[in-house]
Unconditional design. Sequence first.
Length: 275
Amino acid sequence: MRCNLPDIFHWDRSEKYMLSIRLQAGGCSVALYDPLTDGSYFYQEFSYNRKISDVTNIQDLFYDNEFLALPYKKLQVLSYSPVFTCVPSIIYDETYKEKIIEFNFSRHAPKCLSQSLRQPELQILYDMDQEVYEFLHRSLSNPVFIHHISPLISFFQQRGRMGNYNKLIINPHKDSVDLLCFSRDELILANNFPCTDPEDMIYFILYTWKQLKLDQLKDMAILTGNPEQKKVLMDILKDYIKNIVPYNIVPEHHFSGIDTGNIPFEQLSLSLCEL
């Protein structure tokens, strides 16, 4: 699993670069860029060998790509997991984080992580494979572990002050869909629903829209994701919601000249928002 890095990266200057590693079931992806260099964004996906464990796959990735262990300006491990919950910081108690996850999901949490957001003031609790966490923690230089929902919350919260209406953010994956709702810049909902086909995604989107009592004529739905997914969902949703728009990352700065259509939106947005 070797990264096909371009020649613009010089490893004696790794402290200038930003690195993120996104973990998901069955694979991972690596994103690397220089924030001061246009068109420097590099992205590559890897599928795991299902005959060996996840941690062995990640170990193989590191053995094939020694640059991953170098020191970076910022190094983030982005964990995609449907098992997460948000707790207001004002009432959060670190000693109960495992119990909160176990209560909400009726499952044992062998490794429960917490991530603090400044705006809004939230703690995001989520589970992670114990062996994977321990390997990355000792192999990476000052890694920051974050949940995949956190850059979505920060990105749209920072852009949510305009417009006196509610916004439902729809972020689809291959096997689930993230739904976030903001009233201006106030977070109302952050949830993930397991589903693999567009019809199930539409069900969860419209059910959430109804439960939150959003206005079909006034409020807005914002679609992220790859172009194919956005088109399929928009073609159906336009019959139910008047204001539905696709959201695309503007191809400028380090994204200049890069096709960002198939890069997970939460990994792209890491370079555009402060957590």
